[in-house]
Design a protein around this ligand. Structure first.
Ligand SMILES: [Zn+2]
Length: 287
């Protein structure tokens, strides 16, 4: 339902009738969290039995389009969140919502509440009104004003990066080096000139961790080509350098071989043996 299990926990609490009135959520990806939070807010308010993406009801549609009056998102104006923004929120939430169960506010970059806006906010969190829920969103809860922080239920919602460089924890230059070696490696496998090449690879990447990174990149190359064939388009970074003109079935078989290699590598099997086995299996596909 949500791409993050911590938000699912909030939904479960709601089902048990134990929803908190204010949550402080620290995240490494505010845009992704905002999307998930929208889904959570639909789930809390949907008059139908909420399902993955409710298209049936007017309320969920309004939330999707950011048009639900009882859902207010506040973000910094300039460098801080101003007291007047909080006062407008208070006025808006004096009346009970018409369509939804809750009046919900989201304070984005909540660490940007300054002294006076935090004070204005405090009343909401100190004397919670039935039917109002708040979400304070920040990249770093350590810099949040303590009076607010201490009155919220606090959780961390982190997302894995989609970016290959972040995942591999390497620089652009290092990735280029890997790509060059991989380019010649894949060519040599095709051309049956592999034995000398194994030594070349081990001289370039003597460390087991480096071999692992190399094969993660090879996996990503095949995976991105798989996505490209499946969905069309040419949006994947690695496809530009490594276009694989094989059919889907062969690409999937090769992805399995690469995945198996990575698994064996994690079991401490001898690297030279693994590299030999890898080449034999990759070449077998072409008969
Ligand atoms: Zn709905």
């Amino acid at each position: 339902m949500f791409s993050n299990s911590s938000l699912l926990e909030i939904y479960k609490k709601y089902r048990e009738g134990r929803l908190a009135h204010a949550y402080l959520i620290e995240t490494n990806n505010i845009p992704k969290l905002m999307n998930d939070l929208k889904e959570l807010i639909k789930a809390l308010n949907c008059p139908e039995e909420y399902q993955e993406t409710c298209h049936k009801c007017n309320l969920c549609n309004l939330i999707s389009k950011n048009n639900l009056p009882s859902l207010v998102t506040i973000e910094p104006e300039g460098t801080s969140i101003k007291k007047s923004q909080i006062e407008d929120l208070k006025i808006a939430f004096e009346t009970k919502p018409i369509y939804s169960k809750y009046n919900t506010y989201i304070i984005k970059n909540a660490e940007k509440l300054n002294g006076s806006s935090a004070n204005a906010m405090l009343k909401f969190v100190e004397e919670p009104t039935e039917g109002i829920i708040g979400f304070f969103i920040t990249n770093n809860k350590d810099v949040m004003i303590p009076t607010i922080k201490s009155r919220c239920q606090s959780l961390v919602v982190n997302y894995e990066s989609d970016n290959l460089l972040d995942k591999l924890n390497m620089t652009e230059e290092e990735l280029e080096h890997y790509k060059t070696v991989i380019r010649s490696y894949l060519d040599e496998i095709e051309n049956n000139n592999y034995i000398n090449h194994k030594e070349f690879i081990l001289s370039q990447f003597p460390d087991r961790k480096q071999i692992e990174a190399m094969f993660q990149i090879i996996f990503a190359i095949y995976y991105q080509n798989f996505l490209k064939q499946q969905n069309g388009g040419n949006y994947q970074e690695l496809v530009k350098n490594f276009e694989i003109k094989e059919n889907m079935k062969d690409i999937i078989t090769k992805m399995n071989i690469i995945a198996k290699f990575l698994q064996d590598l994690s079991y401490n099997v001898n690297i030279e043996l693994l590299l030999d086995k890898f080449v034999i299996e990759m070449r077998r596909i072409h008969g």
